[in-house]
Design a protein around this ligand. Structure first.
Ligand SMILES: Cc1cc2nc3c(=O)[nH]c(=O)nc-3n(C[C@H](O)[C@H](O)[C@H](O)COP(=O)(O)OP(=O)(O)OC[C@H]3O[C@@H](n4cnc5c(N)ncnc54)[C@H](O)[C@@H]3O)c2cc1C
Length: 537
């Protein structure tokens, strides 16, 4: 039987992949096939905003990777690395915060030689993607597929205390992190539409499934990019234990995310020659940057027991408190279940000598550790504030542990290999403590259980913080855009040295943006789709 041909083959139906499938098929001229390793997003939990925690325990909808263990971090227990594995990818399992980062992040990309990637060049793509319930403005769009809305801000009163305390501690309050200056504390806007998660799949893919030129193949693991004479010609994938091949008339586009995209390139013989040879893989193109430059928001926390009983707990009493909201949600799509659990937060300077925010805070109305998997801890009443380093200088790697595509790659964050990250994180903990010490928390504040009130000097704070160290789930940079020796794609996201092959996802970011990465990844895909169509038409 002859292999099927499509104009564009997209590997990975995540935040970026769904955008591409929609935009590349829109004019009806081109056939598009998008492959997703995970199942369809049919679980009801994919729609309920507060069901975020469910996915942390799922093996079906989550790649559930583990990073390379490091003895001084989490007492040697590997950091958990959740990644969405379903239509919508991580946008179907994420916390839904809608953040773009800072103007300087994109201007920095452009200053590295990536023409067309400055903030002014990217803003139109953010606006194009967005349907913000606040309406159209200089910074916001109101007719795009991705719904962005305000929460009700009344789910957990401790969030109000956080905003008030931030003000009392001397910080700005902002009602929009995505317009002008990002600095201040406030409520996050979220990718939620009428009480339901608006994943990239729901925004971009579901509405175009009826197009005759769109083919979606789920539960299909792409195992190899087929390359002939340095030109990508198709891909090989497995579905139902059968290996199949499909061919691309125009391009193969890899959108597997920052862990899986470099893995797939390496499995296909594109990567550092020596490393590939160690795994017995024939190197068809020596591209040393593949899998290098891994950047992630390293995250620490302050956990405090609460005197009040109005937060989220897994105790019988706490679960009983959720019952009316659960009923309310099923009848009206309103209440606590219609909101994210991290409604409030801040972008702040870790100290007064810093020019622009270098830390992000995520406030949570519960004792939150280990990605919400620390269920015993969550039995007690309490609240947490997580703080992450917005522009870490430490970089890690993704490498192959095996030539077998079903074996997880090695994820080595290499946290704190650059000393500046340590200072910012420690200063960040002090900022959180300053906010938690403000009068607005007087009626809440009981014992600080982490790092613990006895832990006061910088070195002790650092050592203790590493015991509950985590991430904000924002790996990027492993197929970075640029022209230097470690660049994997050029400014049109074409893989250096291989024709008809692009990478379009969070992995192309040369440096991590100052905030959550879903909206930026969607904007990257919007821009990529336009570039691809412009070059094809
Ligand atoms: C738990 C969690 C919480 C987060 N919270 C937020 C938040 O609140 N706000 C925010 O802005 N960002 C958040 N993020 C980050 C954000 O969701 C990601 O940065 C973004 O979704 C990345 O998009 P992507 O297209 O690069 O990858 P993904 O969306 O992860 O998509 C990659 C897709 O490719 C598929 N795939 C991979 N390899 C293959 C293969 N070989 N064959 C076939 N398919 C393959 C995967 O299954 C997946 O569906 C969070 C992420 C996680 C995991």
């Amino acid at each position: 039987m002859p292999n099927k041909h499509y104009d564009y083959i997209i590997v990975g139906a995540g935040s970026a992949g769904c955008v591409l499938a929609n935009r590349l098929s829109a004019n009806g001229k081109y056939s598009v096939c998008i492959l997703e390793a995970g199942p369809a997003d049919k679980t009801p939990f994919a729609k309920i905003p507060a069901a975020f925690g469910y996915f942390m325990f799922s093996k079906k909808y989550n790649w559930a990777y583990e990073a390379k263990a490091e003895p001084s971090i989490r007492n040697g227990i590997p950091i958990f690395v959740p990644r969405g594995k379903t239509l919508g990818g991580s946008s179907s399992t994420n916390a839904m915060l809608y953040i773009r980062g800072q103007k300087q992040d994109y201007d920095h990309w452009a200053s590295l030689g990536n023409e067309g990637w400055s903030y002014d060049s990217m803003l139109p793509y953010f606006k194009k993607s967005e349907c913000n319930t606040r309406g159209i403005s200089q910074y916001h769009g109101a007719s795009g597929p991705l719904h962005v809305s305000d929460g009700t801000h009344d789910s957990y009163p401790v969030n109000k205390a956080f905003i008030k305390a931030s003000q009392q501690a001397g910080y700005n309050i902002t009602d929009d992190f995505n317009a002008g200056s990002q600095e201040g504390a406030g409520y996050y806007q979220c990718t939620i539409k009428e009480g339901q998660r608006c994943s990239s799949a729901r925004a971009y893919l579901t509405p175009v499934l009826s197009r005759s030129n769109v083919t979606v193949i789920v539960e299909a693991l792409t195992t190899k990019i087929l390359v002939e004479h340095k030109k990508a010609t198709g891909i090989e994938f497995t579905k139902n234990n059968k290996t199949q091949i499909i061919m691309a008339n125009k391009e193969v586009i890899i959108s597997g995310g920052a862990i899986n995209s470099p893995q797939l390139l390496m499995l296909s013989g594109i990567g550092e020659q020596q490393q590939l040879q160690q795994q017995g893989i024939h190197c068809i193109h020596n591209l040393p940057g593949v899998g290098k430059n891994l950047q992630e928001h390293v995250d620490a926390c302050v956990l405090v027991k609460s005197k009040k009983r109005d937060g989220l707990t897994t105790s019988i009493r706490g679960l009983a408190r959720m019952l009316p909201d659960t009923i309310k949600y099923f009848f009206s799509k309103q209440g606590k279940l219609a909101n994210t659990i991290t409604e409030a937060g801040a972008f702040l300077k870790s100290n007064e000598n810093v020019q622009r925010p270098d830390i992000q805070l995520h406030m949570a109305p519960l004792l939150y550790d280990d990605n919400g998997r620390a269920l015993n801890l969550m039995r007690s009443e309490g609240y947490s504030c997580h703080v992450c380093v917005l522009r870490p200088k430490s970089t890690g790697t993704i490498t192959l542990k095996s030539a077998d595509p079903t074996v997880s790659p090695e994820i080595d964050y290499n946290f704190f290999s650059h000393p500046d990250d340590k200072k910012i994180l420690v200063d960040g903990i002090k900022v959180v403590r300053k906010i938690f010490a403000a009068p607005a928390f007087d009626s809440y504040r009981a014992e600080e259980i982490h790092p613990g009130i006895k832990v006061q000097n910088d070195e002790d704070i650092f050592i203790k913080s590493k015991e509950l160290l985590g991430t904000v789930f924002h790996p990027v940079g492993t197929c970075k855009m640029g022209q230097d020796d470690n660049a994997v794609v050029d400014q049109e996201l074409k893989v250096h040295g291989i024709n008809s092959l692009r990478v379009v996802d969070a992995s192309i970011m040369p440096t991590l943006i100052s905030g959550n990465t879903n909206a930026p990844t969607i904007a990257i895909a919007e821009k990529a789709a336009e570039m691809i169509l412009y070059q094809t038409d």
